[in-house]
Design a protein around this ligand. Structure first.
Ligand code: S3P
Length: 172
């Protein structure tokens, strides 16, 4: 069964696009962050605070691999950092899955993330720096990993429906 992996920076729309895509394709939707929270019995924010990022990345890697090894098909929204740690990017080219990078501009991302800084562990620690400058640098570091995706879809100024239709068209 096919696995569709959605990746992209925080705020690129992985969860909302993933939910809609899974409905259209009639396959389950999974969100890696929610799976981590279920397993750990804590919010992502609390895991970062109590155990630190290195612990979070270990759990994220282990669960990602476990989900990939299952026989079932699904749409899986990754966390923004998932492809960038523990060689997870090498999983983006598996023969049994299609990976889709939801590519958003720095402007789109900073507009969407502006109001969410305090809720997001990685942005919280950078509250003093200019948000779009932080995103620009972070995205530059991460693009190498994101670009391993099979498909790249630009999401700026597109509705969820438009993005989902484009993904389905490109999957065919
Ligand atoms: C992270 C993104 C978050 C979450 C964690 C770390 C990142 O997921 O996994 O806070 O490193 O970009 P979303 O992209 O779903 O917000």
């Amino acid at each position: 069964m096919q696995k569709i992996l959605l990746l992209g920076y925080m705020g690129s729309g992985k969860s909302v696009v993933g939910q809609s895509l899974s409905q259209k394709l009639a396959i389950p939707f999974l969100d890696l962050d929610r799976e981590i929270e279920k397993q750990e019995g804590k919010s992502i924010r609390d895991i970062f605070e109590a155990k630190g990022e290195i612990y979070f990345r270990k759990v994220e890697h282990t669960l990602f691999i476990k989900l990939l090894q299952s026989d079932s098909g699904f749409v899986l929204a990754l966390g923004g950092g998932t492809p960038c740690y523990a060689n997870n990017h090498l999983q983006l080219k598996r023969p049994d899955s299609v990976s889709v990078y939801l590519k958003a501009s720095i402007q789109t991302l900073s507009d969407r993330l502006e109001s969410e800084v305090s809720a997001r562990p990685l942005l919280r620690n950078n509250q003093d720096a200019d948000l779009s400058e932080f995103i620009a640098k972070h995205l530059f570091d991460r693009s190498f990993y994101y670009n391993h995706a099979n498909l790249k879809i630009t999401v700026d100024n597109k509705s969820v429906n438009e993005i989902v239709s484009e993904i389905i068209l490109r999957l065919a």
